[in-house]
Design a binder for this molecule. Sequence first.
Ligand code: SF4
Length: 770
Amino acid sequence: MARKAPAEDPAQDDPKVALPKHAAAGLPALLHTTTMATAQMGAARSVRTLLKLNQPDGFDCPGCAWPEPDHTHTAEFCENGAKAVAEEATLRRIGPEFFAEHSVADLADRSGYWLGQQGRLTTPMLLDQDATHYTPIGWDAALTLVADELKALDTPNAAAFYTSGRTSNEAAFAFQLFARQLGTNNLPDCSNMCHESSGSALTETIGIGKGSVSLKDLYQADLIIVAGQNPGTNHPRMLSALERAKRAGARIVSVNPLPEAGLERFRNPQNARGLVGAGTKLTDLFLQIRLGGDLALFRALNLLLLKAERKEPGTVLDHAFIAEHCHGFAEFAADAETTDWAAVLAATGLPEGQIRELAALALESKRIVVCWAMGLTQHKHAVPTIREVVNFLLLRGNIGRPGAGVCPVRGHSNVQGDRTMGIFERPGKPFLDALGKEFRFEPPREHGLDVVDTVRGMRDGKVRVFFAMGGNFVSATPDTAVTEAAMRRCRLTVHVSTKLNRSHVVTGARALILPTLGRTDRDRQSSGPQQVTVEDSMGMVHASRGALRPPADDLLSETAIVCGLARRTLGPGNTVPWEDFTADYGNLRDRIARVVPGFEDFNDRIKQPGGFALPHGPRDTRAFPTATGKANFTVNPLTAPEVPAGRLLLQTLRSHDQYNTTIYGLDDRYRGITDGRRVVLLHPDDAAEHGLAEGDHTDLVSEWTDGSTRRAPHFRVVHYPTTRGCAAAYYPETNVLVPLDSTADTSNTPTSKSVVIRFAEDSGAEAVGP
Ligand code: SF4
């Protein structure tokens, strides 16, 4: 029975604004967790469910990819993990009656927040050509419809298979195998929009596109630099690890345009000191950098390290490591000497003394970890920036030894695992060879489409079928109008989802919603109860078992959907035992073990509580599988975003009540904003310079080097202590400002952290879309 909408759809443009907080978590987080969980799940179900979250015999958090510690507490989750679980384990349901009541046009007028609040999807739904409403369709008919559309394509490359980071290893492996059996490498994923720049830079420099540290390394570090990252909101349990490191003597340096509460002070709700006391001060040194200034900062640090070595030869650099394990040092060092201090200071906006202070900390520290997230990856020069971070670590041998290394902190819970399973539009030859050998077929070798190229393909009529395994593609991608128009050009769009979102109401000529099991749900197949596996941000693989009764008895798992579709599309005689895979995911894991290095004895090793670590050459043995066979120093010319006079640089970011594109609520508690999202955070002096007062409304206009502009209407001005010249506003509301063609060099990641803007007269609330 469909429920009436439990929440209204507020305008979101007139929030209440208070001063930002200077500490994260503590009692308020506990209260919010309780309120949010009981509103969605009721008290008893909340307790039962949350006590299984991130436990060895429970299920993995569907939130971020932060790893679990070895010895878990009874309550091993954060406020945002609890919100993610509450959204999934909600008692709210939407079935055929809901879709009969709401036309697609009606739903397309609602906000993403409202759509997400309606509840779990229970029934496969079809939007037929020229229909106004979704109507129910049986599972067999739905999968046959998709199979028929795929078989009717002129080429398999006219289909794209998108994966969001929630998808389990088992489902992801089956999904990529299906796409490749069909004949395409069109496997875009959410990683294309977040850490692709990290993957590109790390693969080139250390030979593997993953971080090189474990939690233990963080605990052993002398210095942890957190650059372009807001763990308090996006990876909250990282704060516990930072607290532990701090108590063991580490110094923490934050590099960010905004001061963030979580990095200032952490009130750990696991102990009395955090719950009712002052908590732990985390950041020792805060560098309030300009957006996009990180490359300049790390260049300057590298120059200072080289100079210190010249002054006291043999005391600064790790010469033995550089000689034995690195390539390209001389060229790098010669270029670093040309670093122009005036350019560094202009790009970073930092006082020279602060940069020298950080260099002094680095010189005092034997073991250094650098953590980063979207603040580094979503700039045009993101890849060289991360390469320069690697240079910084290589100089003193800070890769491949305890307490040191690179730590790109991943967003969605299995985004790293999906890539390990082969969700990649540019797979390597060894992976394709192994896949082809195991399943006796010739996989396609031509590179496929990433996210940006998929949108281009749909826009140009080359991609006709779009199939999404989770996620909210149209809200995650830039250039909203272009993306939505592209989606509407498809013959068929299909979304495998747990909840309603905007991608279900911006459709191709026909559209399907295929509801699926979530992490919290019991997954029973013909051989019995199933478990799935995920890989966290630090390369640990572990099992996840949901325990709740699914929202509908005939709901299919992601794996069952993929295998059912593959059988119908590829027909009899296909070399893959799809039915066996669905019956028992252990059969899938046996095959993964034979194809993907590091997964030997997969089924046995996931029985270990906490799972197992994947091999990582640079971390484990200082083996660097790069083109040179060594860790590569690189030359990265100093570049930074250019901002014309009278303009500001805008970054898009998340609120505290948001995880990626999912909006759990309308508050950003740590930043002092409640009951609204259409805000632009501005330094008071910048606001004054542009004639804007706190509380005014303005349109944001982005300007691009090709002369094009884009406009986002009606944002409330909020005075905020951000770096001068650098503004911030939430996505997906500001995705419209970023053109499809503005992407990072090499990685093709949209440049959502360096948007040149000006202000324009407020178009008013009526100009705001859904
Ligand atoms: S830190 Fe991330 S993985 Fe852990 S509970 Fe919070 S959202 Fe979930």
